[in-house]
Design a protein around this ligand. Structure first.
Ligand SMILES: Cc1ncc(COP(=O)(O)O)c(C=O)c1O
Length: 450
């Protein structure tokens, strides 16, 4: 019996040959990523072995170089824009694919899926996620992205005509447009705070919010890390200010989870939205919404189904939007496992170290460009944004930094931005040689513009 089992687990030469043939076909038809995934998944593994943690002390560069094998990332492409959408490592893909296959072969519980009441998988995910971000499980709704979470708060909050919301001037459309619609529909007023570019001190930022508050302000809406410049805003201080004035705070934290360590209770905001498919490297279409416990029954749901007024569900009420994709949420849990295996602090430290190199490189061209967030360590995590000197008009489609964006594109280096601004995202899969390739593109862009 024992021998039989052992034999069953061994891959026969024939199977191996078949597998290798299939991989070769897959490589030819679908390209190398498919073959690489097959190589591991076919052998019953989630990916290459993780590098030993001790390497982090003895030879950190080797650790990060070895870790890179966890991704399918093509060797001839450089992704310096995981701020828009992240790259999932093989164990995350494996978890998601396994779930799809298991569900489609009817090995999963028939019901509930995702979008109705909570099942065991979702409960485990919420337990782990809430512990990771410093809140209670009941304060956490699983949704599909930060845009959805932002909409739940905005559309769910009763406001009277004439009441006001205060936003920063760097909000993403997925965070601000719900407020624009609410203003157009219900006559609420929107005020804006112009953020300093770059900021000098936290106090300077808080002061600007304080000055813009009026007796009619109901809520302050701002990003933890803005999409425009990647600046980290002082959430704790702005939330404390708002609390003193009896004003609510909604934080769009799309960029935060996985980029910087988080503790929502310590931050003290009322609502917090995020997209783990960016920096946490979760599958695309994963999001969460935090609602401070005492506010869970103060919001209407955006999408009403059977549980719309089941207030006992606390924040989970906002996850009842009809059948959705449980497989990506299984992948989200695997992404949490992956990140926790390495450590959120270590991930931040590595990304920040690489981002600092970008900041220092930009500083070499003081009469051509300037960073707009990285004035101090506390204002940037692993995103660095820079603008041309002199500035170009908002929305410009020529001049400014466009030659750098073009040089980057020509070398298959993906960056965010164009003439007006460029934003570089570094992560644990970013290799120092990839940054050097970008620095070459920067240099060529500068030289070509005379
Ligand atoms: C601050 C901010 N909020 C919201 C979004 C929208 O994210 P999603 O498309 O995941 O909803 C983004 C995307 O970049 C963002 O930067």
């Amino acid at each position: 019996m024992h021998i039989e089992m052992k034999r069953a687990r061994q891959v026969s030469p024939l199977q191996r040959r078949e597998f290798l043939q299939r991989s070769a076909v897959a490589a030819a038809v679908f390209g190398l990523p498919m073959a690489k995934a097959e190589q591991y998944f076919g052998a019953g593994e989630s990916g290459p072995a993780m590098p030993r943690h001790e390497l982090l002390d003895s030879d950190p560069e080797r650790y990060w170089a070895e870790l890179r094998r966890q991704w399918l990332l093509a060797a001839d492409r450089v992704n310096l824009n995981c701020g828009s959408v992240g790259c999932s490592p093989l164990p995350v893909l494996r978890a998601m694919i396994d779930h799809i296959l298991s569900a489609e072969s009817y090995r999963e519980a028939p019901y509930p899926w995702f979008g109705y009441e909570e099942n065991t998988r979702l409960r485990e995910l919420r337990d782990q996620l809430s512990a990771f971000i410093g809140c209670q499980r009941d304060e956490l709704a699983i949704v599909r992205n930060a845009t959805e979470a932002n909409n739940v708060v905005c559309n769910g909050l009763d406001m009277k005509p004439g009441e006001e919301a205060l936003l920063s001037d760097q909000e993403h459309p997925g965070g601000k447009c719900c407020w624009e619609q609410k203003a157009a529909r219900f006559g609420i007023k929107l005020n804006y705070v112009a953020l300093p570019k770059p900021p000098a001190t936290k106090e300077e930022i808080v002061e600007r919010f304080a000055k813009a508050l009026t007796p009619k302000t109901r809520i302050i809406v701002f990003s933890h890390i803005t999409t425009v410049t990647g600046v980290i805003l002082p959430v704790k201080e702005i939330s404390a200010l708002a609390r003193q004035r009896g004003v609510l705070t909604h934080v769009d934290g799309a960029h935060a989870i996985g980029q910087i360590p988080l503790n929502l209770h310590d931050l003290g905001c009322d609502f917090y939205a995020s997209s783990p498919h960016k920096w946490l490297m979760a599958p695309k279409g994963t999001g969460f919404l935090y609602v401070r416990e005492e506010l869970c029954d103060k919001l209407w749901v955006n999408i009403a189904s059977g549980e719309w007024r089941n207030y006992e569900q606390k924040a989970y009420r906002f996850s009842n939007f009809g059948t959705s994709n449980l497989s990506v949420m299984v992948g989200l849990k695997a992404a949490l496992d992956f990140v926790q295996q390495i450590g959120a602090e270590r991930i931040y430290a590595r990304g920040h170290q690489l981002a600092t190199r970008v900041r220092d490189q930009v500083a070499k061209y003081p009469d051509r460009m300037k960073t707009v967030n990285a004035s101090k360590d506390e204002f940037f995590g692993t995103l660095v944004s820079f603008e041309p000197v002199p500035a170009v008009a908002p929305g410009a489609t020529s001049g400014g930094l466009l030659p750098i964006a073009r040089e980057s594109a020509a070398r298959n280096i993906r960056v965010a931005g164009g003439a007006e601004r460029i934003r570089i995202a570094t992560h644990i899969f970013t290799q120092p040689t990839e940054l050097l390739a970008f620095f070459d593109a920067m240099d060529a862009g500068v030289r070509s513009s005379g």
